[in-house]
Design a protein around this ligand. Structure first.
Ligand SMILES: NC(=O)c1ccc[n+]([C@@H]2O[C@H](COP(=O)([O-])OP(=O)(O)OC[C@H]3O[C@@H](n4cnc5c(N)ncnc54)[C@H](OP(=O)(O)O)[C@@H]3O)[C@@H](O)[C@H]2O)c1
Length: 232
């Protein structure tokens, strides 16, 4: 896909990876809507801030009505409550599903008609290595990312009928607010954003951004014993 001149919308574009994705798309010549719960927090020059809370149906409908010509939709917005599925607050578990699964789904449904109207269009969903492997301490987040992975694979088949390509990014830890308390190697979100937008340009169905994600993906084929050796 030639990004130059296309209209793109990035959710959660006010900080973290979303801000870098909006900057990458802008730098490659896209007209960028930088969507954020509070558009006043968008500080990127050369983009158009727009209000969007992906968990609020009224906000999603308003954002779709306020925009036109969106050919590239990037579903980046997400939260991490660090909740255990067994002992965490159920409200936090629901919040993860509301953002990553129902929120992403609502945004795709709302923007599908705009995407369909373009000669070429693309959706990029930001997933994680944690779509494929679960940590008990953040079980709610991992379950929501798995649900988003499944959603992506169903919708990529449905959206193909209208000529919209769907890409997915899997990545391990990045250095953003979300991982401030994590003490582990982290990627630079600017570099991950570059890889992600390269993937949209190339029409890649799956963008595996780092070695951790590659290893976890390979582990899937080897089953539970490979992914959770501590249970042996
Ligand atoms: N950081 C990592 O290591 C990592 C690894 C793999 C995947 N990811 C994924 O990458 C994406 C971006 O994460 P990040 O690391 O950049 O996190 P971040 O720095 O915490 O940013 C999260 C972004 O999502 C927005 N957001 C949260 N809930 C929202 C909602 N209901 N409606 C609209 N916007 C909402 C936040 O907006 P506010 O400013 O309003 O809170 C913020 O812009 C997420 O999907 C995350 O799951 C992250």
């Amino acid at each position: 896909m030639d990004i130059n001149g296309k209209t793109a919308l990035v959710t959660g574009a006010n900080r973290g990876l979303g801000r870098q994705l909006a900057a990458q798309l802008r730098d490659r010549g896209a007209v960028v809507y930088a969507a954020a719960r509070n558009p006043a927090t968008v500080d990127l020059p050369g983009v158009t801030p727009i209000a969007l809370d992906i968990t609020d149906p009224t906000s999603v409908a308003a954002a779709a009505a306020a925009t036109s010509g969106v050919a590239i939709l990037v579903n980046n917005a997400g939260s991490s409550t660090g909740s255990s599925l067994l002992t965490g607050d159920l409200a936090d578990v629901r919040l993860e599903m509301d953002a990553h699964f129902f929120g992403t789904l609502a945004v795709i449904r709302a923007f599908a008609p705009q995407l369909a109207a373009q000669q070429s269009s693309a959706v990029l969903n930001i997933l994680s290595a944690l779509s494929w492997v679960s940590f008990p301490a953040s079980g709610a987040y991992c379950a929501a990312k798995s649900a988003e992975w499944s959603l992506t694979n169903a919708l990529r088949q449905e959206l193909a009928a209208q000529g919209t390509r769907v890409s997915v990014l899997h990545v391990g830890y990045m250095d953003t607010d979300m991982t401030r308390s994590v003490n582990a190697p982290k990627s630079d979100p600017a570099l991950i954003a570059k890889l992600a937008v390269d993937g949209i340009e190339a029409g890649d169905a799956e963008i595996i951004a780092d070695e951790v994600s590659r290893q976890v993906q390979a582990g899937l084929a080897a089953g539970v014993a490979a992914l959770y050796p501590q249970l042996a």
